[in-house]
Design a protein around this ligand. Structure first.
Ligand SMILES: *Cc1c(COP(=O)(O)O)cnc(C)c1O
Length: 249
């Protein structure tokens, strides 16, 4: 072993440790501030560390700083990391989910945030029955009506929730949205408010087997605004782990 190489790796490791620690401290402070501005308690907001593309060592670092909720957007990556990290982690599937991959994760995920069709919900229900588990899901809503995004249209959301609610072994726990990518998070405030409004409308309908408790909205660029508008889950990747590097295939 080359001693210089070892030293270099050790000091790189140290830099990553400090970065994740510092970033988490900042994010947690911002959560507190946003809660303060909107009369909410910080424990009403759960921070999901979005760890897609990041190595196990970085997730372990966030774990050591108290993170227990992690978000991934690819089935294979989630399953790999699930096997290699502590069992008390709550794994959140936040990416578009193909029906043929549902079977690999139904008994591993704490929540699926990206249910956007009845067919996907039916597949989740079927696999959940087979594995004798109950799966908590959020219905993804394309609030801004962006063509490039998945999600139910706002005016179809209530009826989709009603249909999913009739399926066995699946429980609708709330709604999720991915807001547009903007420079000024204020531009997304109306979309967060709109998701909250749909959520409240669904609560008032008192649908059996639906317990609207969670609003998953807000990412690195706009989570403080999302909290002010009622987010209970925020999904932060870059703000904790730094920029992602995608290697081309
Ligand atoms: C990647 C991702 C995030 C995190 O994005 P950042 O801007 O890095 O915080 C949040 N939600 C979903 C659905 C994602 O795919």
């Amino acid at each position: 072993m080359d001693a210089d190489g070892n030293l270099r790796r050790q000091s790189q490791r140290k830099v990553i440790t400090v970065m994740v620690q510092e970033n988490l401290k900042t994010v947690r402070e911002h959560i507190k501030e946003a809660c303060g501005r909107s009369g909410r308690e910080p424990d009403e907001v759960t921070l999901i560390a979005v760890s897609k593309t990041k190595p196990i060592s970085m997730l372990q670092e966030a774990y050591d700083c108290g993170c227990r909720d992690f978000g991934e957007n690819k089935v294979q990556e989630l399953v790999d990391k699930y096997d290699r990290l502590p069992q008390d982690i709550r794994w959140h599937m936040i990416g578009h989910l193909q029906r043929n991959k549902v079977k690999y994760i139904v008994d591993k995920v704490y929540m699926i945030h990206s249910v956007d069709s009845l067919r996907l919900a039916e597949e989740i229900s079927k696999e959940a029955v087979k594995k004798k588990v109950t799966v908590s899901v959020l219905v993804e809503v394309n609030v801004a009506g962006e063509e490039s995004k998945f999600g139910a249209a706002p005016d179809e959301t209530v009826s989709l929730v009603e249909k999913i609610a009739k399926l066995p072994n699946i429980v609708v726990k709330g709604l999720m949205t991915i807001a547009p990518y903007v420079d000024d998070s204020e531009e997304n405030r109306l979309y967060f408010a709109k998701l909250k409004q749909i959520y409240v409308d669904i609560i008032h309908k008192n649908i059996d087997n639906v317990c609207m408790e969670e609003l998953s909205m807000g990412m690195t660029g706009d989570y403080q605004t999302a909290i002010e508008e009622g987010a209970t889950y925020i999904r932060v990747g870059t703000g904790i782990f730094g920029e992602r590097q995608y290697t081309s295939v």
